[in-house]
Write a protein that binds this ligand. Structure first.
Ligand code: NAD
Ligand code: SAH
Length: 422
């Protein structure tokens, strides 16, 4: 059993700085603060063992404190080898007594050792971002499955993986797809990824984006946000898609839509946000202009075919943090940011607290909902009820001092009727 002082972090002396940064983020997480106050009184998670595999950031720390206030016995591990904020990990262990297994830059072996360490806690509730915890539990730690009540999943790709597990009949407990809440993907994926991706690229490179051609691969929730913000910074934005409806939407939003092989020849900066594999593949890599910059803000480090990039290059060197220069035989040089991992979390700090406030309100209320309703649920993927989603939106509006109208009873019955015509 894990004790409160356990964990594997880079440097415990960073804890005071981590605590201050966690407090700064808390200022912009008013919805989570209200949930935390209620959780402290009502203790809905009392004594429940939880394991969370999330990006270890100031925002995640505030979620962890909310769950802890609700009585949860929580451990955390990283959901990405490059996204951990080491000072936050230290603060979680030393200041708040939450065992945390996460070191920025950890290798793959350590990443999975940390997931196993979190699973050693014998969780009754799992919280995942990308489905690595759940898939490890369902493959090499099956002996623990019997005590799991349910789980929550944070992101698009994790939900896709879970739905595939459900379809194949291998998923053994119910999971709430937090990503599917409107108060999650409409804001986190769009405005969060939009801002933090460009923040990551700018922090890594200090390039001016105005006047450059930025190619956004994928026009889903993340792609829409990235494209809109890139345009706002004065870039010429090109979008690539495989879905005709999304492509049409991009065209009518005023973006140039091109096949990716064509875009490969004109782009200055490429940003993948598809959740798919090898979206920038060898044929694209072969066509790139000298100086092209490649970044991923979608799923794992496989949206850009890095093994092929390694093969194409005759020389590679790290030019600055998060910038690897690859020199081709003909002298062209291309730059891969953040080793092809999520650039917003690798080179910047991930989404700002204000959007994570809503994503993590869904996580916290999801944990409470799962405990209340697990006995009625099958081992399938569920979404949170619309009422919870709307409550989160209402609380957020209130915190932002924005008032809205309510339907009059006359309007309500009009909207429910069919008799009245022109
Ligand atoms: P989404 O399903 O809304 O959008 C993905 C889009 O990519 C779709 O429109 C799809 O048609 C398109 N696509 C798929 N294959 C393609 C290809 N080969 N070329 C061009 N387009 C292609 O998903 P989303 O919510 O936008 O999430 C995208 C990815 O980003 C997921 O992996 C998700 O987990 C991840 N994500 C990252 C962050 C972050 O912090 N960086 C935040 C949220 C989600
Ligand atoms: N684990 C995978 C999956 C993508 S992560 C990977 O790392 O490759 C994408 C998720 O990161 C989003 O759904 C978003 O909610 C989360 N995220 C973004 N910024 C964050 C932050 N500041 N703190 C915690 N999680 C964050």
């Amino acid at each position: 059993m894990t004790t409160s002082t356990q964990g594997d972090v880079k440097d415990r002396s960073l804890a005071p700085r981590g605590k201050e940064r966690i407090e700064w983020a808390a200022r912009d997480m008013p919805v989570l603060r209200l949930i935390r106050e209620r959780f402290s009184r009502e203790q809905p998670l009392k004594g429940i063992r939880m394991a969370g595999c999330l990006h270890i950031t100031t925002e995640t720390a505030n979620l962890a404190l909310t769950l802890q206030a609700g009585g949860a016995d929580l451990v955390l591990c990283a959901s990405n080898p490059l996204s951990t904020q080491d000072d936050v990990a230290a603060a979680l262990v030393c200041e708040y007594g939450i065992p945390t297994f996460a070191i920025k830059g950890e290798d793959e072996e350590t990443y999975y050792r940390h997931i196993h360490a979190a699973l050693d806690h014998r969780p009754q509730l799992t919280m995942d971002d990308g489905c690595d915890l759940v898939s490890t539990l369902h493959s090499s730690r099956r002996e623990l499955l019997g005590q799991v009540i349910g789980g929550m999943e944070e992101t698009t790709t994790g939900v896709i993986r879970l739905r595939s597990m459900e379809k194949q009949g291998v998923l053994k407990y119910p999971v709430l797809a937090v990503n599917e809440s409107n108060t999650k993907h409409l804001f986190d994926n769009r405005y969060g990824t939009g801002q933090s991706t460009l923040d990551g690229i700018i922090r890594a490179t200090n390039l001016l984006l105005a006047g450059r051609t930025i190619v956004v691969l994928g026009y889903g929730w993340c792609g829409r946000g990235v494209a809109a913000r890139a345009r706002g910074l004065g870039a010429n934005v090109v979008v690539t898609e495989v879905d005709p409806i999304r492509a049409l939407e991009a065209v009518m939003d005023g973006f140039r839509v091109l096949p990716s092989l064509e875009a490969a020849t004109i782009g200055d900066i490429f940003i993948t946000v598809t959740g798919n594999l090898n979206v920038i593949d060898r044929p694209h890599l072969e066509r790139l202009k000298d100086g092209a910059v490649l970044a991923n803000s979608g799923h794992f480090n496989d949206e850009i075919n890095i093994p092929e990039l390694e093969k194409l290059a005759v020389r590679k060197r790290r030019l600055r943090d998060f910038v690897d220069e690859y020199t081709y035989a003909d002298g062209r040089q291309v730059y891969l940011l953040g080793e092809g991992r999520l650039i917003n979390l690798a080179a910047a700090e991930g989404h700002p607290a204000s959007v994570m406030d809503m994503s993590f309100a869904n996580q916290a209320l999801g944990a409470e909902y799962m405990l209340k309703h697990a006995s009625e649920l099958q081992p399938r993927v569920y979404t949170l009820p619309l009422e919870i989603d709307q409550d989160i939106a209402r609380l957020k509006l209130k915190a932002m001092n924005v008032a809205i109208d309510t339907l009059t009873s006359e309007q309500q019955s009009y909207l429910n009727s069919w008799e009245a015509g022109t």
